[in-house]
Write a protein of this length. Structure first.
Length: 266
């Protein structure tokens, strides 16, 4: 009995620690997003972009750790969603505004605000439908990858874009990324990727190649990965339509569909 009385508090503390661990990663995600906003205000584009990328990594880790430890909770999901709104809604919009859109005046801040609205709508839709859909796909571009797409471009080209052609392209890019978040394009979630599976060797070489590329040329490697993911769903949809038109394939286009999955990617 004496040992039981002492072991129970230790067990409760261990359980509290397990539940606290994902929350700490979410706090780190929120801090990185907040720090990115501050650095954007200060004109430090490169640092602001890198902080958004760090927030994305922490966001992926908190969801993964919560699932592995069985410590998912309603509070954790709501807290994660609010943190995502800062890190992947407000922070990238501020980055885009200070980096390229500010000289455009009203047009610049309106485009940045549209991005924020799209991020909020994306997260709200995910919270409502993310638990009942196909876990292999996200409906619309996930907000961390949307933010990462803007951040990797800014990280690769950190100098403020003041020339008109570049401003037009970046304005269109910001608006396009925002609209992709609320689109019906199906993006792979990679939730089914299990490195503990016997067939995990299939994924080892591509993952190792990406990691080596990021270590050698981080700016261009991250920009390439983000761009490929951004374009993957629209290209898949177009290819599916062409197949149906040309070959009369009976399969339903894989580009559209209200699918999502529960996890860190809102």
């Amino acid at each position: 009995m004496h040992q039981d009385r002492h072991s129970r508090p230790r067990g409760r503390r261990a359980r509290r620690g397990i539940y606290l661990l994902p929350t700490l990663f979410t706090v780190g995600n929120l801090f990185a997003g907040y720090a990115s906003v501050v650095r954007s205000f200060q004109g430090a584009v490169e640092q602001a972009a890198l902080l958004i990328i760090v927030a994305g990594v922490l966001d992926a880790l908190d969801g993964r750790i919560a699932r592995l430890t069985g410590s998912t909770s309603e509070f954790g999901m709501e807290f994660d969603s609010l943190a995502d709104m800062v890190s992947f809604g407000v922070a990238p919009a501020m980055l885009a505004y200070r980096w390229a859109l500010e000289p455009l005046g009203r047009i610049g801040w309106v485009v940045a605000f549209i991005y924020v609205v799209c991020a909020a709508m994306r997260l709200a839709r995910f919270n409502i439908k993310g638990r009942i859909e196909d876990k292999r796909y996200f409906a619309g571009l996930p907000s961390p990858m949307a933010a990462g797409s803007l951040a990797t471009v800014a990280f690769a080209f950190p100098q403020p874009r003041t020339e008109s052609p570049a401003q037009v392209l970046l304005t269109l890019l910001t608006a396009l990324v925002g609209l992709l978040m609320i689109s019906r394009f199906r993006y792979r979630s990679f939730k089914e990727l299990d490195l503990g599976n016997r067939r995990s060797y299939v994924y080892v070489l591509p993952l190792a190649t990406v990691l080596v590329a990021i270590a050698i040329v981080p700016r261009w490697a991250m920009l390439t990965v983000a761009s490929l993911y951004l374009l993957s769903a629209p290209l898949t949809y177009v290819i599916s339509l062409v197949r149906r038109r040309v070959f009369g394939a009976a399969d339903e286009p894989v580009g559209h569909g209200e699918t999502s999955s529960r996890g860190a990617q809102g």
